[in-house]
Design a protein around this ligand. Structure first.
Ligand code: UN1
Length: 513
């Protein structure tokens, strides 16, 4: 296979040295550190980004604040028109951007392209949404009074995204926020800053041609350890949308909560698939493999646990092992590859630690993962996926390990399967494979899955943008992307209008003066 990442970088306008601050069309040289980015596939240097210092960040916030005053007064469908053009521009750059996502982050090309497709899809969704920012009308208890509620823009939305979706998560938030009349400040994961630079280069054309004020769409590449607290505590940012670990999410929840700001938290998952004896085994197998090893196990919706009926446990295990043994592991841009590298060596170390911990806890290793060496694996980021038979209560099983480590758990009664399914701190995505209506409906009922996403006969990962995305419990409770998730990006106002010549009070109160 061949690829020419330099040609892609050139098309995208990404250079060897890039500025990490952009207010729409203008780039500013930041005063922070220069951070280099290497591909986990071949370990080669791709380029680098000058990151923002706290002073740079405050300057961007001021620009964004000013821009909000103009942007909020532009009619929503006109804002939608800008988003429509962003979608068209992204279509033109789908291939080079998809390849850069794949090369910088390590997900396979199909997934890199799929991620850009999600950006395009959310643009289309947001354009329609721009004419549907509906509130309710109510009948007043008072004569000649009218009541309704309406939604106003919030202000600055701070989007902090994770390495595993370098571009799509920003788009889910930003495109909805923009049609809602908000302005956006994006702090991408430092592991994938170049993807963020590329996105801003692409959309700059649209912003320029349509005279969108500087400060409506902003990029601030930065080291979160350096001034994360300032970002999250900042009263100028009414809404923070954070995607990342539960550990960091809890801290952000505290910082934003202290100032009674709003937060959309998309934190860790510990997603399981229940496979009953009524499952179509071939479908279940394909879903488990894609869910567990796709993106090398680095989606928050990745399948971490499978809870399999004891009558089919052994056969399912054998089939799974056979498929795992044939998985094509390699360079993310190689079209043959199904499993690319982990994002970096630290992620590899976390994976190895988890394997050790699950063994110590008494897990039965079915396929033991290891670091791959030799031809094509020089970057040190490639691993073989693992399957372990475990008990659900093991402390390591209760945690999210962001790697291709799949746990198998056996069950006898359906109630037991659902109990085990829900017996983890996280609540993002879940699935059941069964063609039996009693089983699937129970799984979707009040006593079924406790997750934000519950699927039947499809796996846990690969959610469509049209639904609200997010989860319960330690996943943080936030919802973004489709359905009515837009409401989190606006403030609601209830209005009562009196068109009579009297002033009747509500609740039947008489108050004559
Ligand atoms: C994430 O891993 O941060 O459902 C989100 C999916 C994707 C989103 C994953 N649409 O796998």
């Amino acid at each position: 296979f061949q690829f020419d990442i330099n040609a892609d970088l050139q098309k995208l306008g990404v250079e060897q040295e890039n500025y990490g601050i952009c207010t729409g069309t203008k780039w500013k040289k930041p005063t922070g550190n220069f951070v280099e980015s290497f591909s986990p596939s071949d370990g080669k240097l791709i380029g680098g980004v000058f990151q923002a210092s706290p002073a740079d960040f405050h300057e961007v916030i001021q620009t964004a604040k000013t821009a909000f005053e103009t942007w909020r007064m532009i009619p929503a469908p006109k804002r939608g028109e800008i988003v429509r053009k962003i979608g068209l521009e992204l279509r033109k750059y789908k291939k080079p951007l998809g390849r850069l996502v794949s090369y910088e982050m390590g997900k396979i090309l199909q997934e890199g392209l799929g991620e850009v497709q999600e950006m395009i899809d959310i643009c289309d969704f947001a354009v329609g949404q721009s004419r549907q920012l509906y509130g309710f009308t109510m009948h007043s208890e008072r004569e000649k009074h009218r009541m309704y509620d309406q939604y106003h823009p919030l202000g600055i939305v701070g989007v902090v995204s994770a390495f595993n979706f370098p571009v799509a998560v920003w788009a889910w938030n930003a495109m909805i926020a923009l049609v809602c009349g908000d302005v956006v400040v994006w702090k991408p994961s430092s592991k994938v800053d170049l993807c963020a630079v590329a996105v801003h280069k692409i959309i700059a054309n649209v912003l320029k041609e349509n005279n969108v004020p500087e400060g409506v769409v902003n990029l601030v590449a930065a080291d979160s350890n350096q001034f994360g607290d300032e970002f999250f505590s900042n009263r100028n940012i009414p809404l923070i949308s954070f995607t990342g670990s539960t550990k960091v999410g809890k801290k952000i929840g505290r910082l934003v909560g202290e100032r009674l700001g709003k937060a959309i938290l998309e934190l860790g998952g510990n997603n399981a698939i229940i496979i009953t004896k009524n499952a179509n085994p071939e479908m279940a197998l394909r879903a488990v493999v894609f869910g567990a090893v796709g993106t090398c196990g680095q989606r928050c919706t990745s399948t971490r646990r499978i809870i399999v009926h004891q009558s089919i446990f052994e056969t399912f295990k054998e089939k799974l092992v056979a498929v795992y043994k044939q998985l094509a592991i390699g360079h993310a841009l190689d079209p043959q590859t199904l499993v690319g590298p982990l994002v970096d060596k630290k992620a590899v170390q976390n994976y190895l630690n988890a394997i050790q911990r699950v063994e110590e806890a008494g897990g039965k290793m079915i396929l033991k993962g290891e670091v791959l060496t030799g031809d094509g694996f020089e970057s040190g980021c490639f691993v073989r996926p693992s399957i372990v038979e475990v008990e659900n209560h093991f402390s390591i099983v209760q945690e999210e390990t962001f790697a291709p480590l799949l746990y198998m758990i056996k069950y006898t009664e359906l109630d037991e399967a659902i109990r085990l399914h829900n017996a983890v701190p996280q609540g993002l995505s879940s699935a059941m494979f069964s063609t039996n209506l009693m089983e699937t409906e129970k799984f979707l009922s009040h006593e079924g899955s406790d997750c934000g996403i519950a699927n039947v006969n499809i796996g846990t990962s690969g959610a469509e943008i049209g639904g609200a995305f997010g989860g319960e419990k330690e996943t943080g409770g936030g919802r973004e992307s489709g359905s009515d998730a837009w409401k989190s990006y606006m403030r609601r106002q209830t209005n009562t209008i009196n068109f009579s010549t009297n002033l009747p009070l509500a609740q039947g109160i008489k108050f004559e003066v």
